[in-house]
Design a protein around this ligand. Structure first.
Ligand code: APR
Length: 231
Protein backbone atom coordinates (compact mmCIF):
# COMPACT_ATOMS: atom_id res chain seq x y z
CA UNK A 1 0.00 0.00 0.00
CA UNK A 2 1.23 3.49 -0.77
CA UNK A 3 1.84 5.94 2.05
CA UNK A 4 -0.14 9.15 2.02
CA UNK A 5 0.83 11.85 4.48
CA UNK A 6 -1.57 14.72 5.11
CA UNK A 7 -0.59 18.01 6.72
CA UNK A 8 -3.75 19.76 7.88
CA UNK A 9 -4.40 23.21 9.29
CA UNK A 10 -7.23 25.41 10.48
CA UNK A 11 -8.88 25.53 7.05
CA UNK A 12 -10.06 21.91 7.24
CA UNK A 13 -12.01 22.69 10.39
CA UNK A 14 -13.37 26.00 9.05
CA UNK A 15 -16.29 24.20 7.41
CA UNK A 16 -17.21 22.74 10.83
CA UNK A 17 -17.52 26.29 12.14
CA UNK A 18 -14.16 26.72 13.87
CA UNK A 19 -12.52 30.01 12.90
CA UNK A 20 -9.15 30.00 11.19
CA UNK A 21 -6.42 31.77 13.14
CA UNK A 22 -5.05 34.49 10.98
CA UNK A 23 -7.15 37.27 9.68
CA UNK A 24 -5.61 40.26 8.03
CA UNK A 25 -5.09 42.27 11.21
CA UNK A 26 -3.27 39.51 13.06
CA UNK A 27 -5.90 38.90 15.71
CA UNK A 28 -6.98 35.49 16.92
CA UNK A 29 -10.64 35.58 17.92
CA UNK A 30 -10.10 39.28 18.71
CA UNK A 31 -7.04 38.69 20.86
CA UNK A 32 -3.49 39.54 19.81
CA UNK A 33 -1.74 36.16 19.61
CA UNK A 34 1.01 37.22 22.02
CA UNK A 35 -1.61 37.92 24.72
CA UNK A 36 -3.07 34.42 24.70
CA UNK A 37 -0.74 31.92 23.08
CA UNK A 38 2.76 32.47 24.42
CA UNK A 39 4.58 31.47 27.62
CA UNK A 40 4.80 35.16 28.59
CA UNK A 41 1.02 35.55 28.23
CA UNK A 42 0.66 32.64 30.65
CA UNK A 43 3.07 34.27 33.11
CA UNK A 44 1.27 37.61 32.84
CA UNK A 45 -2.35 36.57 32.95
CA UNK A 46 -3.19 32.90 33.49
CA UNK A 47 -6.87 33.65 33.88
CA UNK A 48 -7.14 35.29 30.45
CA UNK A 49 -5.25 32.44 28.79
CA UNK A 50 -7.43 29.82 30.50
CA UNK A 51 -10.57 31.72 29.51
CA UNK A 52 -9.44 32.00 25.90
CA UNK A 53 -8.88 28.26 25.62
CA UNK A 54 -12.05 27.52 27.60
CA UNK A 55 -14.06 29.39 24.96
CA UNK A 56 -12.38 27.48 22.16
CA UNK A 57 -12.88 24.18 23.99
CA UNK A 58 -16.53 24.96 24.63
CA UNK A 59 -17.00 25.60 20.92
CA UNK A 60 -15.29 22.30 20.12
CA UNK A 61 -17.89 20.38 22.13
CA UNK A 62 -20.54 21.99 19.88
CA UNK A 63 -19.14 21.24 16.41
CA UNK A 64 -18.84 18.12 14.27
CA UNK A 65 -16.34 16.81 11.72
CA UNK A 66 -17.17 17.74 8.12
CA UNK A 67 -16.94 16.00 4.76
CA UNK A 68 -13.27 17.02 4.40
CA UNK A 69 -12.35 15.08 7.54
CA UNK A 70 -14.50 12.20 6.33
CA UNK A 71 -12.86 12.10 2.91
CA UNK A 72 -9.53 11.45 4.62
CA UNK A 73 -11.07 8.52 6.49
CA UNK A 74 -12.27 7.02 3.20
CA UNK A 75 -8.73 7.28 1.83
CA UNK A 76 -7.67 4.58 4.33
CA UNK A 77 -9.54 1.96 2.25
CA UNK A 78 -6.75 2.14 -0.36
CA UNK A 79 -3.78 3.77 1.33
CA UNK A 80 -1.72 3.80 4.46
CA UNK A 81 -2.70 7.29 5.68
CA UNK A 82 -0.97 9.39 8.32
CA UNK A 83 -2.36 12.77 9.31
CA UNK A 84 -0.09 15.40 10.77
CA UNK A 85 -2.29 18.17 12.04
CA UNK A 86 -1.56 21.65 13.32
CA UNK A 87 -5.09 21.74 14.66
CA UNK A 88 -5.75 21.35 18.35
CA UNK A 89 -9.30 20.15 17.78
CA UNK A 90 -10.24 16.46 17.75
CA UNK A 91 -12.24 16.46 14.53
CA UNK A 92 -9.92 14.06 12.68
CA UNK A 93 -10.29 11.63 15.61
CA UNK A 94 -14.05 11.99 15.75
CA UNK A 95 -14.34 11.51 11.98
CA UNK A 96 -12.54 8.18 12.43
CA UNK A 97 -9.03 8.64 11.04
CA UNK A 98 -6.61 6.06 12.46
CA UNK A 99 -3.20 7.74 12.58
CA UNK A 100 -3.13 11.33 13.80
CA UNK A 101 -0.13 13.25 15.05
CA UNK A 102 -0.86 16.60 16.70
CA UNK A 103 1.94 19.10 16.24
CA UNK A 104 0.49 21.92 18.32
CA UNK A 105 -1.17 20.02 21.13
CA UNK A 106 -4.74 19.08 21.91
CA UNK A 107 -7.46 21.33 23.22
CA UNK A 108 -9.23 18.59 25.12
CA UNK A 109 -6.17 17.81 27.21
CA UNK A 110 -4.63 19.61 30.18
CA UNK A 111 -1.04 19.34 31.33
CA UNK A 112 0.86 19.77 34.56
CA UNK A 113 3.06 22.86 34.81
CA UNK A 114 5.72 21.00 36.82
CA UNK A 115 5.85 17.69 34.99
CA UNK A 116 5.06 17.77 31.27
CA UNK A 117 4.54 13.99 31.26
CA UNK A 118 1.36 14.45 33.29
CA UNK A 119 -1.33 14.95 30.67
CA UNK A 120 -5.03 14.60 31.38
CA UNK A 121 -8.06 14.10 29.13
CA UNK A 122 -10.72 16.69 29.89
CA UNK A 123 -14.37 15.75 29.90
CA UNK A 124 -15.67 19.27 30.39
CA UNK A 125 -14.75 22.49 28.61
CA UNK A 126 -13.54 24.41 31.65
CA UNK A 127 -10.03 24.61 33.01
CA UNK A 128 -9.71 27.12 35.84
CA UNK A 129 -7.21 28.66 38.21
CA UNK A 130 -6.88 26.20 41.08
CA UNK A 131 -7.25 23.08 38.90
CA UNK A 132 -4.15 21.11 39.73
CA UNK A 133 -2.25 18.00 38.67
CA UNK A 134 -1.58 15.12 41.07
CA UNK A 135 1.60 16.91 42.17
CA UNK A 136 -0.40 19.97 43.17
CA UNK A 137 0.66 22.34 40.37
CA UNK A 138 -1.66 24.45 38.24
CA UNK A 139 -2.82 22.75 35.05
CA UNK A 140 -2.33 24.53 31.73
CA UNK A 141 -3.80 23.82 28.29
CA UNK A 142 -1.93 21.03 26.48
CA UNK A 143 -1.05 23.41 23.67
CA UNK A 144 2.25 24.26 22.02
CA UNK A 145 2.47 28.02 22.35
CA UNK A 146 4.49 30.33 20.12
CA UNK A 147 8.10 30.19 21.24
CA UNK A 148 7.81 26.66 22.65
CA UNK A 149 9.41 23.52 21.29
CA UNK A 150 7.34 21.28 19.02
CA UNK A 151 8.08 17.81 20.40
CA UNK A 152 6.26 15.98 17.62
CA UNK A 153 8.20 17.57 14.77
CA UNK A 154 10.75 14.73 14.67
CA UNK A 155 8.20 11.92 14.20
CA UNK A 156 6.41 14.19 11.69
CA UNK A 157 9.59 14.56 9.61
CA UNK A 158 10.04 10.78 9.63
CA UNK A 159 6.49 10.31 8.34
CA UNK A 160 6.92 12.88 5.57
CA UNK A 161 10.13 11.21 4.41
CA UNK A 162 8.16 7.98 3.89
CA UNK A 163 5.35 9.64 1.92
CA UNK A 164 4.57 8.49 -1.62
CA UNK A 165 1.98 11.26 -1.89
CA UNK A 166 1.61 14.34 0.28
CA UNK A 167 -1.56 16.35 0.79
CA UNK A 168 -1.50 19.79 2.40
CA UNK A 169 -4.90 21.14 3.34
CA UNK A 170 -6.14 24.36 4.94
CA UNK A 171 -2.92 25.85 6.20
CA UNK A 172 -1.36 29.20 5.38
CA UNK A 173 2.09 27.62 5.96
CA UNK A 174 3.06 30.61 8.05
CA UNK A 175 4.16 28.77 11.16
CA UNK A 176 7.43 26.88 11.46
CA UNK A 177 8.60 24.22 11.92
CA UNK A 178 5.30 22.78 10.61
CA UNK A 179 5.51 24.71 7.34
CA UNK A 180 8.97 23.28 6.65
CA UNK A 181 7.62 19.72 6.54
CA UNK A 182 6.78 20.04 2.85
CA UNK A 183 10.49 20.25 2.13
CA UNK A 184 11.13 16.84 3.69
CA UNK A 185 9.44 14.78 0.99
CA UNK A 186 11.46 12.41 -1.19
CA UNK A 187 12.44 13.89 -4.54
CA UNK A 188 9.53 13.73 -6.98
CA UNK A 189 6.78 13.06 -4.42
CA UNK A 190 3.57 14.61 -5.70
CA UNK A 191 2.20 17.29 -3.39
CA UNK A 192 -1.47 18.21 -3.53
CA UNK A 193 -2.45 21.51 -1.98
CA UNK A 194 -6.13 21.99 -1.10
CA UNK A 195 -6.83 25.59 -0.16
CA UNK A 196 -9.12 28.24 -1.66
CA UNK A 197 -6.34 30.83 -1.36
CA UNK A 198 -2.86 31.15 -2.80
CA UNK A 199 -0.62 29.71 -0.10
CA UNK A 200 3.01 30.23 0.79
CA UNK A 201 5.82 30.55 -1.68
CA UNK A 202 6.73 27.17 -3.00
CA UNK A 203 10.07 26.35 -4.47
CA UNK A 204 8.87 22.88 -5.34
CA UNK A 205 7.69 22.18 -8.84
CA UNK A 206 5.53 19.10 -8.39
CA UNK A 207 2.61 20.89 -6.72
CA UNK A 208 -0.96 20.44 -7.79
CA UNK A 209 -3.09 23.19 -6.28
CA UNK A 210 -6.77 22.37 -5.91
CA UNK A 211 -8.05 25.85 -5.22
CA UNK A 212 -11.21 24.84 -3.38
CA UNK A 213 -12.56 24.49 0.13
CA UNK A 214 -11.50 21.40 2.09
CA UNK A 215 -14.81 19.52 1.77
CA UNK A 216 -15.17 19.83 -1.98
CA UNK A 217 -11.45 19.75 -2.76
CA UNK A 218 -10.61 16.70 -0.64
CA UNK A 219 -13.59 14.71 -1.86
CA UNK A 220 -12.50 15.31 -5.45
CA UNK A 221 -8.89 14.48 -4.70
CA UNK A 222 -9.67 11.33 -2.71
CA UNK A 223 -11.89 10.05 -5.50
CA UNK A 224 -9.13 10.65 -8.02
CA UNK A 225 -6.43 8.98 -5.88
CA UNK A 226 -8.63 5.94 -5.21
CA UNK A 227 -9.48 5.65 -8.89
CA UNK A 228 -5.80 5.83 -9.88
CA UNK A 229 -4.83 3.22 -7.28
CA UNK A 230 -7.41 0.73 -8.52
CA UNK A 231 -6.24 0.95 -12.16
N1 APR B 1 -11.03 24.90 3.20
C1 APR B 1 -9.68 24.80 3.10
N2 APR B 1 -8.86 25.79 3.48
C2 APR B 1 -9.42 26.92 3.96
C3 APR B 1 -10.81 27.08 4.09
C4 APR B 1 -11.63 26.01 3.67
N3 APR B 1 -12.96 26.06 3.75
N4 APR B 1 -11.05 28.31 4.63
C5 APR B 1 -9.86 28.89 4.81
N5 APR B 1 -8.87 28.06 4.41
C6 APR B 1 -7.42 28.26 4.41
C7 APR B 1 -6.94 29.69 4.32
O1 APR B 1 -6.90 30.11 2.96
C8 APR B 1 -5.55 29.61 4.95
O2 APR B 1 -4.58 29.27 3.97
O3 APR B 1 -6.93 27.81 5.67
C9 APR B 1 -5.70 28.44 5.95
C10 APR B 1 -5.73 28.85 7.40
O4 APR B 1 -4.51 29.41 7.77
P1 APR B 1 -4.20 29.82 9.30
O5 APR B 1 -5.38 30.50 9.87
O6 APR B 1 -2.90 30.52 9.28
O7 APR B 1 -4.09 28.41 10.05
P2 APR B 1 -2.89 27.40 10.16
O8 APR B 1 -2.02 27.44 8.96
O9 APR B 1 -3.47 26.09 10.57
O10 APR B 1 -2.09 27.99 11.39
C11 APR B 1 -0.95 27.32 11.86
O11 APR B 1 -0.61 28.78 13.71
O12 APR B 1 -2.02 29.99 15.01
C12 APR B 1 -1.10 28.97 15.03
O13 APR B 1 -0.79 27.03 16.29
C13 APR B 1 -1.71 27.69 15.48
O14 APR B 1 -1.82 25.56 14.39
C14 APR B 1 -1.91 26.94 14.18
C15 APR B 1 -0.77 27.45 13.33
Amino acid sequence: MQNIVVLSGAGISAESGISTFRDSNGLWENHPIEKVATPSAWEENKKLVLQFYNQRRKQLFEVEPNSGHQALVALEEHFNVHIITQNVDDLHERAGSSNILHLHGELKKARSTVDSRLIYEMDSWELNLGDTCEKGSQLRPHIVWFGEDVPNISPAIELVKQADVMIVVGTSLNVYPAAGLINETKHGTPLYLVDPAEVGSFHLTNIIHIQKGAGEGLNELVKQLMFNSSK
